[in-house]
Design a binder for this molecule. Sequence first.
Ligand SMILES: NC(=O)c1ccc[n+]([C@@H]2O[C@H](COP(=O)([O-])OP(=O)(O)OC[C@H]3O[C@@H](n4cnc5c(N)ncnc54)[C@H](OP(=O)(O)O)[C@@H]3O)[C@@H](O)[C@H]2O)c1
Length: 432
Amino acid sequence: MARVVLGLIGFGTVGSGVVQLLSHQKSLNLKKIAVLDSNKERAVKTVCPVTTNVNEIIEDPEIEIVIEAMGGEHPALEYIRGALERRKHVVTANKEVLAKYGPELFALARQKGVAIFFEASVAGGIPLISTMNKGLEANEIAAVTGILNGTTNFILSSMESKGESYDAALKQAQQLGFAEADPTNDVDGHDVAYKLSILSALAYERFIKPQDIFREGIRNVTAQDMAHAKEFGYRIKLIGTSRLAKDVTSGDSACDVRVHPMLVPLDHPLANVSGSSNGILVNGHAVGEILMVGPGAGSLPTASAVVGDTINLASALQLPDFATYFQPNIRSEWGNVVSVGSWSCPFFLRILVSDTAGVIGQIGTILGAHKISLASIVQKGVQKDEHGASAEIIIMTQSTKEQTLRDAIAEMQKCSFFKSMESLFRVFEAPV
Ligand SMILES: NC(=O)c1ccc[n+]([C@@H]2O[C@H](COP(=O)([O-])OP(=O)(O)OC[C@H]3O[C@@H](n4cnc5c(N)ncnc54)[C@H](OP(=O)(O)O)[C@@H]3O)[C@@H](O)[C@H]2O)c1
């Protein structure tokens, strides 16, 4: 059988792992690798020619599969588009390009009769995409929820286990290579938002524009929050969720898609996904709930997904019209999202109030007027500064609509006893 000819764009963390794993695949022939700087010393040795001209790959008629492992938005988008236009199949690890241009790229692939494989774009080495695309095909997916970013999970795990600040944990993550010098993409939740867009496309057939996804990162989580959460039986995790909902105004189906820190009960499996691991729950109407845990990044785990895709694709190339079999049903229109205020869950609030008699009663009255039931309200202590004495109050509500809570907080903020909102976290409940 003729060997399938491949081209690889990118020879960094993922690309190096791909070259390593491809060297064991006798039926695959890596013809050329494109990079930015051909003089750079590479961690992995290869006899394959290295070029700085990507056109030598995407315009080579012999190359049937282009592996894109360079990342970033441009020119990666143009390279993927160029390969599809020349009827080449594409294997990519690029969540940003898929989340921002997915509808256009999948439509182009359909038109050209080729396939896009993207297992490595979400949750690195965990076979989540193929599980959702094929293994769970008989299911209607109600929700996909989980820890989708290893960097932030590493930072939050270190903050909790060592009682250290966000800045100290970030610095350590950078020294160990778990966080980039500019950590914005990870710590502000952009990376998770891209992944949620892709997971929404698999679960609900439509990508969600990343800018429509509600996003709160971990920069404001403190060691004090971690300690309080633990006292109440929770651990703070950055959780991404996409679940099917209804748009209340139009009645059309829409998605509730969001990423923010949450208090996860200590006895829930997601609370025990620690370090740089990822953990994802998928809820299907037939299968119930499944949990997948594993390495969300790293050279070989990510390359395992890329090369797995490539082997699958290469074996299917012999079959007539195979591309449609592999491609998930993804529509060309973007999906709608519901407003963040329509979500219901319990909330955890830490506020500073003036240390005067009757404040807890007044808080209870305001929450009661908004029909918010309390799970607990505790005064943690009294602090003194130049503005007088402040009491720290921790409130856990029962499940309530986010907009209702925001209205109640706005009312509390107008009261003379209210000094500051120190933290507000949503509390994780298993999706229904
Ligand atoms: N790292 C992970 O653990 C991981 C996990 C899951 C998904 N991913 C995704 O995988 C992709 C690659 O990530 P990575 O960590 O491997 O990145 P990386 O280490 O920065 O490597 C990027 C590679 O692309 C090459 N490159 C950059 N711009 C190029 C251009 N214009 N033309 C040709 N080559 C170019 C670079 O060339 P030089 O070497 O010459 O600079 C480098 O070899 C990204 O989409 C990322 O989101 C990564």
